[in-house]
Design a protein around this ligand. Structure first.
Ligand SMILES: Cc1ncc(C[n+]2csc(CCOP(=O)(O)OP(=O)(O)O)c2C)c(N)n1
Length: 336
């Protein structure tokens, strides 16, 4: 048995050999998420969308780098800031917009909204409005995959704010004891609502999973290459039965905590925002690298953006023109 593990470790490539086509696909996915979120903001500010949304703009590389390293039948769990995770795992733009606009064609027939998008077909076990709430679901799914022997891996997304929730420590403990195939993907975008994380989290964030002996790594969450490469290794390791991992992704949300959080001057400066957007933009960083490496050119990248924008516009039009559910089914599919 140990020989098998040794062999798999030895043959595991340090860096995946990634084709230009694959990097361009990641660029496309990030562009789709960016355009989707811009459209959500537009719909909200035009009073066409009910409820609120927590935009993922700025963090695209984390969702895309993670989901690209997964198989179609692997699972993810998501958060209140979940549109990027859902799209990266394969959700349909049409059905997502329909859900956000309360239409029958939505993932929850229009009854869940932005924070309740689940898509079993693409392995998305659901967004979750409860901070830290998906950690138990992700770890349970990993236990199930292990017991069924399917080789599936689970990526559990959460913000650094979720490290204030006790459930994370309960599940990390069991995941390590039982060597479950789950990767805890912590997106540190510096703020939980309107508070810098250093005001509420004592010590190092990575000291927490390390205390359980969990394999822990930190990456630049603005570089999709780093997220993808690190995730690929962690996923292979989990699939080989070597247990859970924790990946801290350092990132930044460009916009407010939610679409209504416009004046942010009381908790962060404009200079800070501009610095991240100008120097640390995930799309820009990948574009520059692709061009530098001769794996893409301006024209191709511009074309990808145009196509992404057209797809998003068509999806929003579909949803705006789609029917609402019948009034008679107001309490159907509603469990609580
Ligand atoms: C259990 C729980 N407590 C409080 C909230 C209110 N709340 C919503 S989002 C949020 C901040 C979460 O910060 P973080 O986990 O870092 O994610 P981010 O919003 O930065 O993506 C809070 C406190 C909640 N939804 N659930």
């Amino acid at each position: 048995m140990s020989q098998v593990v040794e062999k798999s470790k030895a043959s595991r490539p340090r860096k995946p050999d990634v084709s230009a086509e694959r990097w361009l696909r990641m660029y496309r996915q990030m562009a789709r998420i960016r355009e989707f979120e811009e459209k959500v903001n537009e719909l909200y500010t035009s009073a066409l969308m009910p409820g609120l949304a927590h935009l993922y703009i700025g963090q695209e590389a984390v969702a895309v780098g993670t989901c690209e390293a997964l198989r179609q039948d692997d699972y993810i769990t998501s958060t209140h800031r979940g549109h990027g995770h859902c799209l990266a795992k394969g959700a349909s733009v049409d059905r997502m917009f329909a859900e956000l606009l309360g239409k029958e064609a939505g993932y929850c027939r229009g009854k869940g909204g932005s924070m309740h998008i689940a898509d079993p077909e693409s392995g998305n076990l659901g967004a979750n409005a409860i901070v830290g709430g998906s950690a138990g679901i992700a770890t349970g799914a990993a236990l199930s995959a292990k017991r069924r022997g399917t080789g599936q891996v689970v990526a559990c997304f959460f913000g650094e704010g979720a490290l204030g929730q006790g459930v994370l420590y309960e599940v990390m403990n069991l995941a390590q004891l039982w060597k479950l195939p789950v990767i805890y993907v912590c997106e540190n975008n510096l703020y939980g609502e309107y508070t810098h994380y250093t005001e509420v989290a004592a010590g190092e964030l990575t000291a927490r999973p390390k205390a359980f002996g969990i394999q822990t790594d930190t990456v630049d969450g603005q570089r999709v290459q780093s997220v993808y490469e690190k995730m690929t290794g962690l996923v292979e390791r989990a699939r080989d039965g070597e247990g859970p991992a924790f990946l801290l992704c350092n990132t930044y949300r460009y916009r407010g905590h939610h679409v209504g959080d416009i004046d942010r001057s009381y908790y962060r400066t404009k200079e800070e925002e501009q610095e991240w957007m100008a120097r640390r933009d995930p799309l820009r960083l990948l574009a520059d690298w692709l061009i530098d490496q001769g794996r893409g050119d301006q024209e191709t990248l511009a074309q990808i953006h145009t196509e992404a924008k057209a797809e998003i516009e068509a999806g929003a039009d579909f949803a705006l023109n789609a029917p609402y559910p019948q009034v008679s089914e107001v309490d159907r599919h509603v469990y609580a």
